[in-house]
Design a protein around this ligand. Structure first.
Ligand code: SF4
Length: 316
């Protein structure tokens, strides 16, 4: 599969971005420089997480959001041969902090001439109405996209991974954002401690019933320095050792996810410097090709086992 061929067995978010913005869109990862308050308030924070994995520390060292954007555009624009960029407030919980301070930093992205849209990734319990109102008011300037972590719909799993919120809080945040016409992507992790494949599918059935715009699917990864590292060394936590072990679970989950919900990500993607397990050594295009082939072999696709009541298209 080459970079311009859209997948046909799942609803690709990248294909949507190409269509919406008229070409390949690259995301510029940004760091507000504020540690996630969840780690402070509920130590050790989410047990699979550790700082510096998702966005490298060198990005925050560039200073202002404008500096980070300019550096990212130079680096990523050449690599992806594009002039279309999304500002991606990705690091930690990117709505933590004083609202006025946050809006000033978001506005650097809204004002940047090369930025076509702004994405903010955060926790569902850090998406208050005032913040959502302020973001809605900015959608007349550029599109705004939100990302909220859920990871699992199961209360016992959320307690085990120390998420500090439940599925109802997540659903409530999705509803409040969507009511303001702010599209939401959900993050889900497959392979969390104590979960069976059936529980993972249940999480996707739950997501399918929400007015989501997209999902990002991650496989559980063990990072050096994360709270899960020690139990992993003791053999108490397992990961999908091979992609072939993960693929059937991923396909089962996507089959119950209605086609109207786009798929932004099929696997997690941490740099090898932080990664203990698993290391499948597969490129992104290989993964997409294997997912496409997996669906073709089953003669299914995303949404083929979705609840029909969940397939009603959204109004925008
Ligand atoms: S996963 Fe997100 S919410 Fe949890 S500790 Fe890490 S940054 Fe904070």
């Amino acid at each position: 599969m080459n970079a311009t061929t859209a997948p046909t067995h799942f609803n690709s978010y990248n294909a949507y971005l190409r269509l919406r913005f008229g070409g390949r869109v690259a995301k510029i990862s940004l760091d507000l420089g504020i540690p996630c308050p969840h780690r402070r308030d509920h130590p050790p924070g989410c047990v699979y997480c550790r700082p510096g994995v998702i966005v490298a520390d060198r990005i925050g060292a560039l200073g202002s959001i404008t500096n980070q954007l300019n550096a990212g555009i130079l680096a990523v624009g050449a690599r992806y041969e594009t002039d279309l960029f999304l500002a991606y407030f990705q690091n930690e919980s990117a709505s933590a902090g004083d609202l006025k301070w946050l809006l000033e930093r978001y506005d650097e992205a809204f004002n940047h001439p090369k930025i076509v849209g702004v994405t903010i990734s955060t926790r569902p319990d850090m998406a208050g109405d005032t913040l959502l109102d302020m973001l809605m008011a900015r959608t007349w300037r550029k599109p705004v996209f939100l990302e909220f972590g859920l990871q699992s719909a199961h209360a016992e799993t959320l307690a085990r991974i120390n998420r500090g919120h439940d599925a109802e809080i997540f659903a409530d945040a999705v509803g409040r954002a969507t009511a303001r016409r702010l599209p939401v992507t959900a993050h889900a992790i497959l392979g969390l401690p104590g979960e069976t494949p059936e529980m993972m599918v249940e999480t996707f059935r739950f997501l399918g019933g929400l007015p989501l715009d997209a999902v990002k699917v991650h496989h559980l990864q063990i990072y050096r320095g994360a709270a899960l590292e020690a139990p992993w060394w003791r053999g108490e936590v397992k990961t999908f050792a091979r992609f072939e072990d993960y693929l059937p679970v991923l396909l089962d989950c996507l089959e119950v996810l209605p086609w109207r919900i786009k798929v932004q990500r099929l696997v997690a993607d941490a740099p090898r410097t932080h990664l203990l397990a698993p290391d499948w050594g597969l490129a992104k295009n290989d993964i997409i090709a294997r997912v496409e082939a997996g669906f073709a072999a089953r003669e299914t696709r995303q949404g083929s086992r979705a609840n029909p009541a969940h397939s009603i298209p959204r109004l925008f």
